[in-house]
Design a protein around this ligand. Structure first.
Ligand code: ATP
Length: 193
């Protein structure tokens, strides 16, 4: 049985929290392919400030360089309009129809709490096994039980980092939460100024 884990987000920018979660999941769930999927326009972040797609893609490339388990898909960047996970997973499962694949999808608990606002959420729950990383300020207990019982809650530690905080406090660029090669890219490209 092959295990594929997808990880969607804006990655604006990708930080060590994302990478640490991805590594923890690969180990705990014996994942054979782990695929980062940067969103062109995230449904809940429409209109908010975002670095251009190619910058976000490049930062992901830099942050995952030399980690052979990690792949990046530009499927959502190539698709016009808002990036809905249901469209992405439908494409992936069409491309890889094998019945011996277990499909996982990693989210933080902020997304768990708004999961019913995701397009076709009940269909998503049938197509994917969701892995939820607890995030400070987004208590798992506040999730609706009909959703929670269909998801797997990870025992990963709280990682006190968010891309928004990093973007808003450029001083944090040198913080422990950014891969130095990504911080250098942000400075060179004058992003988030
Ligand atoms: P922002 O602060 O701008 O919302 P973000 O890092 O949460 O940034 P995304 O890049 O979209 O935004 O995150 C991708 C996925 O990673 C989401 O499912 C999000 O919940 C999860 N995630 C991000 N940071 C953490 C964290 N510190 N702990 C747990 N999950 C996280």
């Amino acid at each position: 049985m092959k295990r594929i884990c997808l990880f969607g987000g804006t990655f604006d920018p990708v930080h060590k929290g994302h990478i640490a979660l991805a590594e923890a999941v690969c180990q705990a769930y014996n994942i054979s392919r782990f695929i980062f999927i940067p969103a062109r326009v995230a449904p809940h972040k429409e209109g908010s400030d975002s670095a251009a797609p190619w910058h976000r893609l490049e930062m992901l490339r830099l942050a995952t360089k030399g980690k052979p388990l990690f792949e990046i898909s530009d499927m959502e960047l190539q698709r016009e309009g808002i990036s809905y996970t249901i469209d992405t997973i439908t494409s992936f499962q069409k491309e890889y129809p094998a019945s011996d694949i277990r499909w996982f999808y990693l989210i933080g608990s902020d997304n768990l709490l708004i999961f019913k606002s995701w397009r076709n959420w009940s269909e998503l729950l049938k197509k994917l096994e969701f892995l939820v990383a607890p995030r400070k300020g987004f208590p798992i207990e506040e999730a609706e039980s009909d959703i929670l019982e269909k998801m797997i809650v990870l025992d990963t530690p709280y990682l006190d980092v968010s891309a928004t905080k990093l973007r808003n406090h450029l001083a944090l660029l040198k913080s422990q939460w950014l891969e130095p090669i990504v911080a250098e890219y942000i400075l060179n490209q004058k992003l988030y100024r």
